[in-house]
Design a protein around this ligand. Structure first.
Ligand code: SAM
Ligand code: SF4
Length: 323
């Protein structure tokens, strides 16, 4: 359906858990965070009901995220049920990739179409520091298993953090050149833990300078309707993209809303405004009543975010929203 600013909103990002097997420095404190109690997390049946209702409003694209979605028990059955819902045209997952070596084929068989894998560095020591303990070889294995399994496209999310991985950006070009992988360099967003990390922010223009990426390389309009700007230099099997929440607003083309693991719809990533769906789900609301709530959330999607002016402090962490 359209929102009040005539944007077509057809993409729902669903966080199925706030839990994670990593503690990335820009996303979660090293001590972790108190998990949302199990009973407050939407069951898969509840999520499927909301997905079904959303398809009646024209939602067609669904991304499963977290926390780390692959740590939630029953994820494969959930993916299978989701893929079977009439109206679900595109089922995607965003993951840190640690569990992909053993799950990529099962996810594909369950009906997941494509996968985004987060990988900020290919250096094992640096990876351990950024993620506070992760094993990069698992993620790299997971990336290649995903390609073998036929998940397509496979995108790699690289959050760029000053003096942490800036020096390594060119090596990701090699990856995009040699393999059909779509690398997306992402500006650090001032959300949750990162709201105080402005000094670590690297604007897209600076990333392009580091990469020596010329403006005239062909721009590929691939990979459907997201906020990234893609380039495919000649001879590349994959592509290189940039996601800029700060230096280039993507709000006018925003096509999504988010559902948190505890059942709140967030019309905008960077707004505190949430609509509680869980209460309706659990107090006997009819499908029509839930659909009306959903439609209200879409309609009231704000025109744009205000990340440049204010950081979201004391709000949900990124791991509690789903990215
Ligand atoms: N655990 C999964 C993963 O890491 O891919 C899914 C959830 S994670 C919150 C989703 C995406 O958000 C990841 O690509 C992560 O790198 C990104 N992210 C987390 N905090 C961020 C921040 N402050 N700025 C930009 N991206 C961020
Ligand atoms: Fe976990 Fe993803 Fe956040 Fe890293 S970015 S701590 S993997 S939720």
């Amino acid at each position: 359906m359209q929102d009040q600013f005539r944007r077509q909103i057809d993409y729902l990002r669903i966080s199925i858990t706030d839990r994670c097997n990593l503690r990335c420095i820009y996303c979660m404190p090293s001590s972790g965070v108190p998990w949302i109690p199990h009973e407050d997390i939407l069951s898969f049946e509840e999520i499927l009901r909301l997905m079904r209702i959303s398809t009646q409003l024209g939602f067609r694209r669904f991304r499963i995220t977290g926390g780390e979605p692959l740590v939630r028990k029953g994820i494969l059955d959930f993916a299978r049920e989701s893929a079977r819902l009439p109206g679900v045209d595109d089922l995607m997952i965003t993951t840190n990739g640690l569990l992909l070596p053993e799950m990529a084929f099962d996810l594909k068989a369950a009906g997941v179409h494509r996968v985004n894998i987060s990988l900020d560095t290919m250096d094992s020591e640096r990876f351990r520091e950024i993620t506070r303990g992760g094993d990069v070889s698992k993620v790299i294995q997971g990336i290649f298993r995903s390609l073998e399994a036929g998940l397509n496209p496979v995108k790699i999310n690289v959050v760029v953090v000053r003096n942490v991985n800036t020096q390594e950006l060119p090596s990701f070009l090699t990856l995009a050149k040699q393999y059909p992988l779509h690398i997306r360099f992402i500006e650090l967003m001032p959300i949750g833990l990162s709201s105080e990390r402005r000094a670590d922010f690297v604007p897209i223009e600076e990333m392009k300078e580091i990469l020596e990426l010329k403006q005239d390389v062909p721009k590929e309009d691939i990979l459907g309707g997201g906020p990234a700007e893609y380039f495919q230099p000649p001879g590349y099997k994959g592509s290189v993209g940039f996601i800029s929440a700060l230096s280039r607003h993507f709000c006018t083309t925003c096509n999504r809303i988010r559902l948190t693991a505890d059942g709140k719809l967030r019309p905008c990533l960077h707004s505190k405004h949430e609509i509680d769906m869980r209460e309706g789900l659990r107090n006997g609301s009819t499908d029509q009543e839930l659909l009306d709530l959903f439609a209200r959330a879409v309609w009231h999607k704000p025109a744009e975010h205000h990340m440049n002016e204010e950081a979201l402090q004391g709000q949900r962490l990124m791991s509690q929203i789903g990215g």
